[in-house]
Design a protein around this ligand. Structure first.
Ligand SMILES: Cc1ncc(COP(=O)(O)O)c(C=O)c1O
Length: 398
């Protein structure tokens, strides 16, 4: 198999993909241009939670393609209302602000939190502060990278947007110390995905909730990667029994078919936006709404969440058996596991390349950590296959 030279010649080099050229997908598996099959254990960073070509989602998209795909929000469309109603009900909130990419949902929430700070909380104009977590990943826009600690994501892209303060992830005392009268929000990933599937101490998110209530600060949970079934619950916040003020959703909300993201919250917060203050040409388009609605209907059954919980236990049990055999440690929630490979054996990249040769697609992050996030439609046999391939790769490298 050879990679199209256009990748070098005509595409900006902002990615370093594995040498796999995918042409088809079906459920948890993809097929390359030579007909070789791979178990997709990345699932497009959890955007493909429900598998490639899920029949109900594809049917919803096809039906809508034949009707109408884009109206802009200058007019109403008949898909957006039912989608917003269903998503608000799933999240047990009042309102939805539909956007497209995850980064747009984050940007939208930053604007909403600032406007809420000035109009409701009474913060001095232009003085609003948002507290973020060290090691965060919320996207790639100039404002979002302004509060990243990852030099690769930031360097040479300044000047940076002010108004953010970063504290150690999982450290409630540091969070409390950083709150000032100008603090409008705390922006948190319930599990830090890009950082290596880092799970905070069990009492951290409840402490964020308490501090947010005590200091009249919004708790914004970025569930763009952790939400919508991946962790064995609708939201990772459910797993620790907390309810944020705003949920940020994306990735799987579009069923792996179209980009769909949203900010979801109650009227007292999302209601601060007035006509003309915020928008997106594609946000809330009928195709996105039809697919997003079908995704919400899938989740409303609770079946994907339950499956992720059971399969995740199976995956974690399998990985546990590799500790001491090339794996230093692992952590995760549901069907989402970060695995620390012994750096003395190989980089995460090399392990990913070896796994790809054996028909398993995963992605490394931060040196020697690799993450497993297969589609929730995978089978136990698929999970066993992935673990066995990792065991054999590590044995080869030892
Ligand atoms: C937690 C989190 N927030 C936001 C984003 C940005 O999403 P997008 O790439 O759709 O802009 C990501 C992407 O990986 C993410 O993991």
């Amino acid at each position: 198999m050879s990679v199209d030279p256009a990748y070098t010649e005509h595409l900006a080099h902002n990615y370093h993909p594995l040498e796999v050229v995918v042409s088809h997908g079906d459920g948890a598996w993809v097929t390359d241009v030579d007909g070789k099959r791979y178990l997709d254990c990345l699932a497009a960073y959890s955007a493909v939670n429900f598998g490639h070509g899920h029949p109900l989602l594809v049917a919803a998209a096809k039906e809508q393609l034949d009707r109408i795909t884009l109206t802009s929000r200058a007019f109403h469309n008949d898909q957006l209302g039912p989608f917003a109603t269903a998503l608000a009900a799933l999240a047990k909130k009042d309102m939805v602000l539909p956007m497209n990419t995850g980064a747009e949902a984050v940007e939208s929430a930053i604007k909403v939190a600032r406007a809420w700070g000035y109009r409701v909380k009474g913060v001095t104009p232009d003085a609003a502060e948002i507290i973020v977590m060290d090691g965060n990943f919320h996207g790639r826009t100039t404002t979002i990278i302004s509060f990243s600690n990852d030099e690769q994501a930031r360097a040479d892209f300044g000047p940076y947007t002010p108004g953010f303060v970063s504290v150690p992830y999982g450290d409630a005392a540091a969070l409390e110390a950083a709150i000032t009268p100008n603090t409008v929000a705390v922006l948190v990933e319930p599990i830090q995905g890009e950082a290596g599937i880092v799970v905070p101490p069990a009492d951290f998110l409840p402490a964020v909730r308490t501090l947010a209530d005590t200091h009249n600060v919004l708790f914004i949970a970025d569930e763009i990667q952790s939400g919508l079934g991946r962790t064995g619950a609708t939201f990772q916040c459910d797993n620790v029994g907390v309810t944020p003020d705003l949920y940020l959703l994306g990735k799987a909300l579009g069923g792996g078919i179209v980009p769909v993201s949203a900010v979801v919250g109650n009227r007292d917060i999302l209601g601060v936006l007035r006509p003309g203050e915020h928008g997106s040409t594609f946000g809330g388009n009928p195709l996105a709404a039809a697919v997003g609605h079908a995704v919400v209907e899938l989740l409303a059954t609770g079946e994907p969440q339950e499956r992720a919980r059971l399969l995740g236990r199976h995956l974690q049990d399998g990985i546990a058996g590799l500790v001491g055999h090339g794996v230093l440690g692992y952590r995760g929630a549901g069907l989402w596991v970060g695995v620390d490979i012994d750096p003395a054996l190989a980089t995460g990249r090399v392990v990913c390349e070896r796994l790809a040769e054996r028909g398993v697609l995963v992605k490394d992050t931060h040196g020697s950590t690799i993450r497993f996030a297969p589609p929730i439609v995978a089978s136990e046999t698929d999970i066993d296959f992935a673990v066995e391939q990792l065991r054999e790769v590590l044995a080869e490298l030892a």
